[in-house]
Design a protein around this ligand. Structure first.
Ligand SMILES: *Cc1c(COP(=O)(O)O)cnc(C)c1O
Length: 231
């Protein structure tokens, strides 16, 4: 199947997952995860109407999407992988959102690099919600401190939009559902406690996005189901 056909299937199943739980049509946005796939695959997706993409390695993202931009295409790019501090400079140049912030020092660096280029960027904080996944804030105290710093305006060039998680890689759908539920509950708690809107919940990948949509995802990050297996 072509990228265009896969995209239309994924979009149809997102719409039916929304409808199944009485959520408004188009309340869930699709991030097409193009890591390890070439610029040509991304362009096929853009030609089919997809505008939002996700990459987890900054170096790869920067090279690929600079090339795509130079060919006159428009897109929105989210960084979804663990970010080293020395990669933040390129990340904020190419992306509109960093979904995978997992340390306060990364927030500090994003602020510094965005200030230099006079750019305001969206961020999500990545939360460790499953037993098997290592990504995300290592402890809940630091996570909450990050929320509080953002809420009190410590980062003028950063807009904290929400939370992101990866469910454990398991066939146990209840475990997956619990991980998504944990993220939503945490969002509700922070949002109330710090009086900030945290509208975005980025959760759900190729194998589990319908569950994530049932649990309140506003963004799903789908790679394999659109672009095929990665080399
Ligand atoms: C690769 C990746 C995805 C997409 O995974 P698929 O299973 O290919 O859909 C989603 N989120 C993150 C953080 C990823 O690294």
């Amino acid at each position: 199947m072509s990228v265009a056909e896969n995209l239309s299937q994924v979009n149809a199943s997102i719409r039916s997952a929304e409808a199944a739980v009485n959520r408004a049509p188009d309340s869930v946005r699709l991030v097409a995860v193009s890591k390890f796939h070439p610029a040509e695959a991304v362009i096929e997706a853009i030609d089919a109407g997809q505008t939002l993409f996700g990459e987890n390695r900054v170096q790869e993202a920067f090279a690929k999407f600079s090339d795509i931009a130079s060919r006159g295409y428009h897109f929105d790019l989210h960084i979804i992988g663990t970010l080293q501090r020395n990669k933040v400079r390129d990340a904020v140049k190419i992306a509109s959102c960093i979904e995978s912030v997992d340390r306060i020092v990364v927030l500090d660096e994003i602020e510094k690099q965005c200030a230099k280029i006079n750019k305001t960027i969206d961020v999500f904080l990545e939360v460790h919600t499953g037993e098997e996944t290592k990504a995300g804030f290592a402890d809940s105290t630091e996570l909450e401190k990050a929320v509080s710093l953002c809420a009190q305006g410590s980062y003028p060039h950063i807009v904290l939009k929400g939370l992101m998680t990866m469910a454990p890689n398991t066939d146990d759908t209840e475990q997956i559902r619990n991980s998504f539920r944990t993220l939503r509950t945490l969002r509700d708690t922070f949002s109330e406690k710090y009086a900030i809107a945290l509208p975005e919940l980025s959760m759900g990948m190729s194998g589990d996005y319908p569950i994530a949509i049932a649990e309140g995802a506003t963004i799903v990050r789908v790679g394999t189901a659109i672009f095929g297996a990665r080399q």
